[in-house]
Design a protein around this ligand. Structure first.
Ligand code: HEM
Ligand code: HEM
Length: 208
């Protein structure tokens, strides 16, 4: 852990992908809700922001990743990837857990109402959820897949771009904390991550 804390890229990354969403949340003047609801929301938002950060914790950032071995970069990438996929795969349940402590619609009924209300926000959520699961499973079973490492990495990169674009659309559409500043930053960081990856691909091709 000490190696990461000493690293400037890690500290900047922590500031951008954890500090900024927390700052917007604290200063955002959002409608006050129960501690449980707000905690579940903030866990979802933080996990989502780390997902955007995944694009910068790869070989694409090699030139700025001084004093940090690529193996450590990839270890961090994998660790955050598995943790956040686990957190976000349960996010549809977080929406209804607070109902266990409230009178009114039962949690199970509320869950089915949400996932069967096929508006744009929910559909993009379901698509992002499926893409995220494929991303996690194909990462976990990488050695067992009938493709070379290079092909897998390309497949993983393309899947990550599709996933993050759908997840961003969903978050800006439905997120109660997605105010103007949050939405602009999310769009800029996602575009930055995708452009960085595309630059890695095109740069490699032109070098060949
Ligand atoms: C589930 C756990 C995950 C594992 C085990 C994993 C593993 C890896 C590995 C081993 C690499 C190659 C590292 C390199 O050469 O730089 C990689 C690259 C990459 N990963 Fe992940 N990853 C995971 C999740 C994610 C997620 C959630 C995203 C985005 C939302 C993501 C986006 C990327 C991108 C954009 C690359 C660069 C692809 C390339 O260089 O062609 N990964 N990942
Ligand atoms: C079955 C799939 C999904 C459903 C039904 C769903 C549903 C929802 C709903 C209803 C909201 C609004 C919550 C509220 O008003 O408090 C929301 C917000 C959000 N969702 Fe999803 N979602 C799904 C998948 C995903 C996935 C895969 C991600 C990320 C990768 C994600 C990230 C978010 C984020 C970041 C918010 C914003 C939270 C906030 O601003 O308070 N969702 N989702």
């Amino acid at each position: 852990m000490g190696t990461y804390i000493k690293n400037r890229f890690f500290r900047h990354s922590l500031l951008v992908f954890t500090g900024i969403p927390l700052l917007i949340w604290v200063t955002g003047n959002f409608q006050e809700r129960s501690l449980l609801k707000e905690s579940l929301c903030i866990i979802t938002i933080l996990a989502f922001w780390q997902m955007m950060g995944q694009f910068f914790w790869t070989r694409s950032s090699r030139t700025v990743l001084t004093n940090l071995k690529m193996s450590r970069v990839v270890n961090y990438h994998k660790f955050i990837g598995y943790i956040c996929i686990t957190i976000l795969s349960l996010h549809p349940l977080y929406l209804v857990i607070p109902r266990c402590f409230e009178a009114g619609v039962a949690p199970v009924d509320a869950f089915f109402t949400i996932i069967t209300t096929l508006n744009q926000g929910v559909v993009t959520g379901i698509i992002a959820w499926c893409l995220m699961l494929v991303l996690g499973i194909t990462s976990f079973l990488r050695d067992k897949l009938p493709m070379t490492y290079k092909t897998w990495r390309l497949f993983h990169g393309i899947l990550a771009m599709l996933f993050i674009s759908t997840a961003v659309w969903h978050t800006i559409d439905l997120g109660r904390h997605a105010n103007l500043s949050m939405s602009i930053l999310i769009s800029m960081l996602t575009a930055g991550g995708i452009l960085l990856l595309l630059k890695t691909y095109t740069f490699k091709k032109s070098k060949k």
